[in-house]
Design a protein around this ligand. Structure first.
Ligand code: AMP
Length: 280
């Protein structure tokens, strides 16, 4: 496994990599969710192609009061996991390597980014789009793999790749969960034991809401209100948002129409967790 820390080296390598090149962008602190993406990447790259995993905690997608400095960094352990997963190339630049100090160009998706996480985290998705566009240009993948846990991010990156004609096929992977349903996340390690137990309320609420819809609940406000009440029963949970929206436009309609995306962002202490469930 080769580790490229500079943009220049990565660009030189990507010019000569056997194709297809499959990219898995991550912020490191790898867990089984990330490794499932890498495994899928290996399937797509096959015997001859190449798998590239980027490890980069991207400062531009964190707000001024968010957890950029606190975000877990476990570079050696990540490399060990990626070596075992037979990843071909790790691209691990530092922020100074990725961004010029006087940079003045960003990529903005202006429709899907307005709602949900985009409403609570201004500038977040512009940071995501800009870094992913840069990663696409630096690593030149044929395919890029993203997790469905970050459903809105996936929808926005598909839109960006379409709108800007990136010659990259975006492939998604289902959310990997703990046994009790909690979605794996690099941020789970910040939860206290009590918060960790409480956090299961997100997925159990999504599942129960799904049942209610399948049993005939069809008013969006009723479903959203019920989800809000269900999560609020857990006293450690502080809701950021709860929505039932169209999975393509991310907009609500008065009545639930299939397919529908149920999604929530909830704080436990200072840790913000997101999860979703797509009903088709
Ligand atoms: P992150 O390092 O959190 O930015 O995530 C990097 C990639 O891994 C993104 O495409 C995420 O959607 C994906 N990912 C994170 N957690 C999970 C999970 N539990 N299951 C599947 N994919 C995940």
């Amino acid at each position: 496994m080769q580790i490229a820390k500079s943009v220049r080296l990565m660009q030189r390598l990507s010019g000569a990599l056997p194709r297809p090149v499959v990219l898995v962008p991550t912020m490191g602190a790898l867990h089984a969710g990330h490794l499932a993406l890498v495994k899928k990447a290996k399937r797509f790259s096959g015997r001859v192609g190449s798998t590239v995993v980027s490890l980069f905690v991207n400062p531009t997608q964190f707000g001024p009061v968010e957890d950029f400095h606190k975000y877990p960094r476990t570079f050696q352990a990540d490399c060990e996991l990626l070596r075992n997963a037979r990843c071909g190339i790790v691209f691990a630049p530092n922020p100074e390597e990725m961004y010029f100090s006087d940079k003045s160009t960003t990529v903005v998706e202006s429709e899907l980014s307005r709602v949900m996480c985009g409403a609570s985290r201004p500038g977040h998705f512009s940071g995501v789009c800009t870094v992913v566009a840069k990663l696409f240009l630096i690593t030149r993948p044929n395919i890029a793999i993203f997790g469905e846990k970050d459903f809105q991010q996936l929808a926005i990156l598909r839109r960006m790749a379409r709108d800007l004609n990136f010659p990259v096929r975006i492939v998604s992977h289902p959310t990997v969960r703990e046994k009790d349903g909690l979605a794996l996340s690099s941020r789970n390690r910040f939860l206290t034991n009590k918060e960790r137990r409480a956090a299961t309320v997100i997925f159990s609420t999504l599942l129960e809401a799904e049942q209610k819809i399948r049993n005939g609940w069809h008013l969006t406000s009723r479903v959203e209100d019920w989800m809000r009440a269900s999560i609020s029963e857990e006293e450690l949970a502080k809701i950021d948002y709860v929505v039932a929206v169209d999975p393509v436009t991310l907009q609500p309609s008065d009545r639930i129409r299939m397919p529908v995306l149920l999604a929530a962002a909830v704080f436990f202490g200072s840790t913000r967790l997101i999860d979703n469930r797509l009903l088709e």
